[in-house]
Design a protein around this ligand. Sequence first.
Ligand SMILES: [Zn+2]
Length: 569
Amino acid sequence: MFISNEKLKKILLKAEMLDEDTWADIVKNAERLKSPVEDILRERDVIGGHFLYELIEKEVRLPYVNLKKIVLHDDVLDRFDPATVSTAKAIPYEFDKKKKTLKVAFLDPTNAALIRTLEKKYKVKILPAFTGKESYRFASKHYQTSVANRIRKVIAKIAKTTSKKTQSQAARKIFDSIVEYIYYTQPSDVHIEHLTDEGVIKLRVDGFLRDEISLPASLATEILNLIKYESSLKTDAHRQTADGRFAWNVFGEILAFRVSILPTYYGEKACLRVLDESRQKASMRELGFQEVDVGTIKKEIKRPYGLILVAGPTGSGKTSTLYALLKLLNVEGVSIATIEDPVEYSIRHINQTQVDAENGFTFAKGLREILRQDPNVIMVGEIRDNETAGIVIQSALTGHIVISTLHSNTAIESITRLRNMDIRPYLLAPTMNLVISQRLVKRICPYCRESFALDNAFLDSIDKDTGIRASLDKLKKLGLLTFQADDDVRFFRGKGCSKCSGKGMSGRVGIFEIFNVSEDIQKMILEDKPARDIQKYAESKGMLTLFEDGLTKVLAGETTIGEIMRILS
Ligand SMILES: [Zn+2]
């Protein structure tokens, strides 16, 4: 942040966003966790993102620009070359031909020397504004094509040489650019494979694996060697599987990778899981939780004991939710221990351990060890078996907050799952605090989003499968819809543009079902009532189903109705 903490404090106090005590607490936590104050404000849902910047804008004599909210034109963006954008952390966003002035968004707009250098280099008068990290990263995606082209150019040049030394040097250079490309495109996984006669690098973006860059087989081998070297793995072993991890610095931010190497028929294959820490900084609101749900969750995790479950299939974003919960709990005076498979992100002051099945260190075994370490909060990566389920329930009953995940389709189905794992109703009823069930849906690309009116015939056609009319009525009654009359209902879609590679969608957001175990529901669990009765009761008390929470996001223009139906079918 380009303003001092003292100044930031003044701004926040003046805006009545917090009081002296909360500020002191935030600063203390920032020091304890060695994180910027800005990040802690966001993680604790005090104030985050553009709300914070808009406040700052009023106090400093510089405009704030949210690059996600304005239309960015390619010819203006291209006024700076990609190297300038990444080193100066600056994005040009508006050009006045007559006056020869260029509006530029900086992460730090107070660096006068830098601005003068840029004015000289690009022969324009710069009008500086400031923007946030997320917005900067969002806009800098524009330059990803030029990075990909740069990688292809280097590869083409190297392909002509046969010298081993040049190839290994080139591997490092190419990998540097690949990480830069990863920074922009934000894939979840990167595959480096050997085909019969060449190598290929594939990226998984928003769940879809794309073939991105082909390269000579020998160069793919060099890159694999580099990855093995960085992960402290044997570079001379080619016929065995291996796991490791390493980190790479890109523009001053750390990208960490979890590496898995597999020997295949034509050479080795590496799969890198991208552990992008900036994604784990997201607050609950940014993950897609509704304001009221954040309130419920904050209340439930502050109870002295009990179980909080996150349910959903693989790839539904459970891990991000777990980490967001842990961050809310991570304050002085609370001892937190985890057993994970594997540890994906390290968080300061949390004692994280990971499962090592080969050596008998299972979830159950790890959990027993952790209990001897005097924890207040325990996070168990997943409840997979009866033994783990048993210890989890015991721990939750004996004064611990336990957070875990479960493979189940709906929140209430997790009761059935735990019952099937031999957990008795009299143990289950007093321990269950909260179950969050979730899915990830694709977001509509903000650049090419358009709205359209719904016709009744379409509503009727999907009403049979989804009960959408009843859901709309329910949302209206709960005050979650802003419009009044039926003819006001509008849905949204992405037309497809250059920013989203014509897909109309970009990035993902969570949809949630928040099942809060009230006293009434405890009683129903105790009486071993069927899951569908409990479901009906919870819904009658205002619980939104995954479909209904999704519908609020459809009506807010964040995603499409088709996407919600696809993910829930
Ligand atoms: Zn688009």
